[in-house]
Design a binder for this molecule. Structure first.
Ligand SMILES: Nc1ncnc2c1ncn2[C@@H]1O[C@H](COP(=O)(O)OP(=O)(O)OP(=O)(O)O)[C@@H](O)[C@H]1O
Ligand SMILES: [Mg+2]
Length: 264
């Protein structure tokens, strides 16, 4: 039977999802995906018919894959279209944790970095979540100090999970001739543990197809081996592509992540 969301208590509504109480279980909540798309910390905003559906598919397939690989996530199930059941947060951590393999996006401007520079080991950055302040980045040596001198192990836990998830997804997308460039993930505390929460969809990462069948990806700069113009992610929207095109690329992502269940 379909879930009647009008009868449920709305706990929270954000830019892309609504959270509803689950009357049958106080320890879990429903996450309903919306057709809204935003960029520039919410300044650019549109509605794309059907976006919620493809985001829900992508999110479901990625989280089911991560759970299978043993990652600690909030995801439980996808009980109906556009809806996920997840473990309810005990405490939200207001930090976005970014991992980068290849230099792209904002880091090219503020980091004075050539596009396509490859990072090995992966680069991790912590951004304090605050749209009006444009999610300012935390100073790395300060984070290290917090971990080593104040026992703030949440930071190192989040970095560890980010690295683990990046390596899992980078390898998964590589099966489809696509390079995971970077992503941002969110965390909370559930049952006393740092747990991966929220969503992983086309707005969470950059995905660039390979430029040729056997790209040489072990170089200092891998730009010539990749095809950024064929990007599948939300950069299409940020760059002003028409909404049909944006949605068709999100559908390609969902088609690919739909095949993750067949991966070993
Ligand atoms: N497991 C969970 N339990 C409870 N709330 C959750 C869980 N996972 C995600 N949320 C919350 O769902 C809310 C809606 O998500 P959405 O991404 O739409 O928000 P947003 O507008 O992007 O705001 P935010 O900047 O907080 O992400 C967020 O506040 C998010 O923290
Ligand atoms: Mg969000």
């Amino acid at each position: 039977m379909a879930i009647d969301f009008n009868a449920l208590r709305k706990l929270n509504e954000g830019k892309t999802k609504i959270i509803y109480a689950n009357p049958d279980d106080l320890k879990s909540v429903y996450m309903l995906f919306k057709d809204d798309i935003t960029a520039g910390d919410g300044v650019k905003h549109d509605i794309i018919q059907g976006k919620a559906f493809v985001d829900w598919q992508t999110n479901r397939d990625i989280f089911e894959y991560l759970n299978r690989k043993g990652v600690c996530t909030h995801y439980i199930s996808a009980p109906q279209e556009r809806v996920c059941l997840v473990k309810k947060l005990d405490r939200k951590i207001d930090i976005e944790v970014v991992t980068r393999r290849v230099a792209a996006g904002s880091i090219l401007k503020w980091g004075d970095m050539p596009e396509g520079k490859r990072f090995d080991p992966l680069v991790t950055q912590y951004h304090y979540k605050d749209d009006p302040l444009h999610d300012p980045m935390l100073d790395q040596s300060y984070v290290n100090f917090m971990v080593n001198n104040k026992g703030a192990t949440e930071y190192s836990e989040m970095r560890k999970i980010n690295d683990q998830v990046f390596e899992i997804l980078e390898e998964a997308f590589a099966n489809f001739q696509i390079q995971l460039i970077d992503f941002k993930l969110e965390y909370g505390i559930i049952d006393g543990k740092v747990t991966l929460i929220d969503e992983i969809t086309g707005g969470s990462f950059r995905l660039w197809p390979y430029a040729n069948e056997e790209p040489k990806l072990n170089q200092e700069n891998v730009l010539s081996e990749l095809n950024p113009a064929g990007r599948l992610d939300k950069d299409n929207y940020r760059m002003g592509e028409d909404l049909d095109m944006v949605q068709s690329k999100f559908a390609v992502i969902a088609e690919i992540t739909g095949k993750f269940k067949d991966l070993p």
